[in-house]
Design a protein around this ligand. Structure first.
Ligand SMILES: [Zn+2]
Length: 179
C-alpha cells in the first residue's frame, strides 16, 4: 500500500469507532493510535456516558496506552514519540495540547473543527504556537473528510430525540452537499 491508502485504511478504523460513538448517542468522533504498523489503542468519545467533558476519544486512548505496561514499559518524557494518531475530527485545543506534551509523532485527521480545533482551525497548538519545551508535530487533515462530516450531521440531526421535551426538528433535512 502506498502511504495515502495506508492513511485511509487507518482512518477507516477510526471511522468505525466514530460509528460506535454514534450508536451510543455520543458525538461521533473516533480515533486509533498506530505504532509499528499496528493499532495499539482505539477509542471514541464518551463524554455523555461518563458525564465528563474531557473524555474525548484521544484522551480515552491515551489513558489506555499509558496504563498498559507492554505499551509503555518505562517512564519516558515522550511516550508517544513513535506513535501516529488517526482521528476523524481535528483534535480540539485540549487534546492537541495533551498530544504535544506526550510527544506524539504525527496526526492525521478527517475534517476540521471550526469551533475548538487545536491543529490550526482555532489555534495552532500542534506547531505554530511556540513552546519552550515540547516539540511540535505535524497534523494533516482531509482523510475521509466527507465521512467525518456526514457522521457528525447524522448525529446533530437526531440529537435530543430522547429528551423529556423533544425539540421540534421536523424541518431539519440532512444536508449531503459538502463544500
Ligand atoms: Zn479533544
Amino acid at each position: 500500500m502506498d502511504s495515502d491508502s495506508q492513511h485511509l485504511h487507518w482512518m477507516q478504523e477510526a471511522m468505525a469507532m466514530a460509528e460506535e460513538a454514534l450508536a451510543a448517542g455520543e458525538v461521533p468522533v473516533g480515533c486509533v493510535f498506530v505504532r509499528d504498523e499496528k493499532i495499539i489503542a482505539q477509542a471514541r468519545n464518551r463524554t455523555n456516558q461518563l458525564r465528563n467533558a474531557t473524555r474525548h476519544a484521544e484522551l480515552e486512548a491515551i489513558d489506555e496506552i499509558l496504563a498498559d505496561k507492554t505499551l509503555t514499559p518505562t517512564v519516558t518524557k515522550y511516550p508517544l514519540s513513535t506513535t501516529t494518531l488517526y482521528v476523524t475530527v481535528e483534535p480540539c485545543i485540549m487534546c492537541a495540547s495533551a498530544l504535544r506534551q506526550l510527544g506524539i509523532r504525527e496526526v492525521y485527521y478527517g475534517c476540521g473543527n471550526d469551533r475548538f480545533g487545536g491543529c490550526g482551525s482555532v489555534l495552532g497548538v500542534n506547531s505554530s504556537l511556540k513552546h519552550p519545551e515540547h516539540p511540535e508535530y505535524k497534523a494533516t487533515g482531509g482523510y475521509r473528510r466527507e465521512d467525518a462530516i456526514m457522521i457528525l450531521r447524522r448525529f446533530y440531526i437526531t440529537e435530543n430525540t430522547n429528551a423529556p421535551v423533544p425539540k421540534l426538528k421536523t424541518n431539519r433535512v440532512l444536508k449531503t452537499e459538502i463544500v
